[in-house]
Ligand binder design. Structure first.
Ligand SMILES: [Zn+2]
Length: 194
C-alpha cells in the first residue's frame, strides 16, 4: 500500500498483445472479477498493463478480452487524443464488473474503430445517456451518469465484456470502411460539415 492507501502494483508495466476479431476470446462473455482479487499484485499489474497497452495503441478504451483476459474489466481515458481532438476529455477510469443502464432510449450515430478490428471504421448507433455502476481500481463503488462520447466509449467497452463488438451494433454495414479510405473519402465530407 502506498501512503495514499490506494492499491498499486510496484511493477514496470508491459504492453500486452491485442486479440483481434476471430480469436475466440473476443466472442466469449467475460467472467466477473472476484472482489477479493482486486487488491492483489497480479490484478493491479493487469490494470497497469492495460493502461500501458491502451496508450501504446492510442485507444480511448480497452477491455479485458482484447488482451486475452476473459475478465470483466475495462480501462478508458480520453485526453487531448490525436484521433478525437475535439472530444471532451474523460479521466482515466477503471471499470470492474460494470453494469450499464440505459437512461435515454434515443441513439446517436457516430464513427467508431476498435483495436481488435484494426484499420476499420463504421457508423455505430449508441444510447446518448447511460448510468454506470462498477467497482474502481481500489474496489470502491462507482455510480455515475455518462453522456454522449463518454457514454459511447463505455458502451463500446462493456460490449466487449459481453463478447460483442461494434460491428454487431451497426445498422448499415455499407458504412464500414478501411481507415485509409475512410480518411480519404469520409473524413473530408465530415470536416466540411464542421
Ligand atoms: Zn473495441
Amino acid at each position: 500500500m502506498g501512503s495514499s492507501g490506494a492499491f498499486h502494483s510496484n511493477g514496470v508495466s508491459m504492453i500486452l498483445k491485442v486479440a483481434r476479431l476471430g480469436h475466440p476470446v473476443i466472442r466469449t462473455p467475460a467472467r466477473p472479477v472476484p472482489v477479493e482479487e482486486i487488491a492483489t499484485h497480479d490484478f493491479q499489474k493487469v490494470l497497469d498493463d492495460m493502461v500501458e497497452t491502451m496508450h501504446e495503441y492510442l485507444g480511448v478504451g480497452l477491455a479485458g478480452p482484447q488482451v486475452h483476459l476473459s475478465l470483466q474489466v475495462a480501462v478508458l481515458e480520453v485526453q487531448g487524443h490525436p484521433r478525437y481532438p475535439d472530444m471532451p476529455s474523460v479521466p482515466l477510469t477503471y471499470l470492474i464488473n460494470p453494469k450499464v443502464t440505459v437512461l435515454e432510449d434515443a441513439t446517436v450515430e457516430e464513427w467508431e474503430g476498435c483495436l481488435s478490428i484494426p484499420e476499420m471504421r463504421g457508423l455505430v448507433p449508441r444510447f446518448s445517456k447511460v448510468r454506470v455502476q462498477a467497482l474502481g481500481r481500489n474496489a470502491e463503488p462507482l455510480d455515475f451518469v455518462a453522456a454522449d462520447f463518454h457514454a459511447r466509449v463505455i458502451q463500446h467497452e462493456t460490449d466487449h465484456l459481453n463478447g460483442e463488438v461494434y460491428l454487431d451494433r451497426m445498422r448499415d454495414m455499407r458504412t464500414l470502411a478501411h481507415l485509409a479510405e475512410w480518411q480519404r473519402y469520409v473524413l473530408p465530407a465530415l470536416e466540411r460539415k464542421g
